[in-house]
Design a protein around this ligand. Structure first.
Ligand code: 2AM
Ligand code: CA
Ligand code: CA
Ligand code: CA
Length: 274
């Protein structure tokens, strides 16, 4: 990809992230409708849909020949036919958006022929923009990020997302999380996967694991963690897809092997929660 194209994509991706975040902050202060998707634990608001449409319009106004894979319009088109694909989550952490009014983010990624080029995760409530450009490093509001603190698994602060549903009970996720929590210094659940992964890049967390995320949850943050020097794979240690559901493990490289070894010994390569 030409340097000028990459620069134009970066500029637009950061603009989209900021603009989407500002729109969600504005709408948060007004009444909005909340609907259930699959259950009372799976919310979508009118703001999720409006913000996604807003981002799609910004992208297509500039690049009409790009594809878009977004949470609220995931079945709208055959995205595979496009060389350049934007993978977007307008509000990551909708439950936090509704209940807490903090700890949510907008996630915007650009992939070219399956390769991650740009990742932007914006937390509008704290005005924190995490972003990365392939080969150019990762940043938090223009401060370079580097995951270089040496930690062992027992010194690590980990984070996870779990959906405490019937399927989780069948698989025994509570036990898996409990056992892992007992191996590390602490275990957190913040409720926005994109933000949790961005925090790994920023060194606020040492690792993040999830048995199941959608492509728009991890699409941007995985590029940010990798550009900050962290390691991101599935929980089985295989490469992450860019357009499919997957388990995710993002962490400080100093204990990646130790965590992999532990997860394999515990046989946590369980089927997905769906
Ligand atoms: P969302 O808010 O965009 O739906 C919550 O723990 C985290 O998991 C959020 O990042 C949330 O994204 C995501 N999430 C919610 N339901 C999910 C599901 N069924 N599969 C994968 N990720 C999900
Ligand atoms: Ca959702
Ligand atoms: Ca999400
Ligand atoms: Ca979402």
């Amino acid at each position: 990809m030409q340097a000028s194209t990459l620069a134009a994509l970066k500029e637009l991706a950061l603009q989209c992230a900021r603009s989407a975040g500002e729109l969600s902050m504005k709408r948060m202060k007004e009444p909005f409708t909340v609907e259930y998707k699959t259950s009372a634990s799976d919310l979508v608001t009118a703001v999720d849909k409006e913000v996604e449409n807003h981002v799609i319009q910004m992208i297509l106004a500039r690049f009409p020949d790009h594809g878009i894979l977004g949470e609220e319009s995931a079945h709208a088109e055959d995205y595979k036919q496009y060389d350049t694909l934007w993978v977007i989550d307008p509000i990551d952490g909708t439950t936090n958006f509704v209940h807490q009014q903090i700890n949510f983010s907008v996630s915007i990624a650009v992939y070219h022929k399956g390769e991650g080029m740009i990742g932007a995760v914006y937390d509008p409530s704290r005005d924190e923009l995490f972003y990365a450009v392939k080969g150019e490093g990762a940043f938090l509001n223009d401060r370079p990020l580097q995951v270089n603190r040496a930690v062992s698994l027992e010194q690590a602060l980990l984070c996870t997302s779990v959906f405490w549903n019937k399927r989780a009970e069948q698989i025994g996720i509570d036990l898996i999380v409990k056992k892992l929590a007992g191996k590390v210094r602490g275990m957190r659940l913040l409720g926005s996967a994109a933000l949790e992964m961005a925090y790994v890049a920023a060194g606020r967390l040492d690792g993040y694991v999830s048995m199941q995320l959608n492509a728009w949850d991890f699409g941007a943050a995985r590029i940010i963690v990798e550009e900050a020097g962290g390691r991101v794979t599935t929980m089985m240690g295989t490469p992450l897809p860019y357009d499919q559901k997957s388990s995710v493990m993002a962490c400080n490289p100093t204990f990646y092997e130790e965590l992999q070894h532990y997860l394999k010994s515990e046989q946590t390569d369980v089927p997905s929660q769906n």
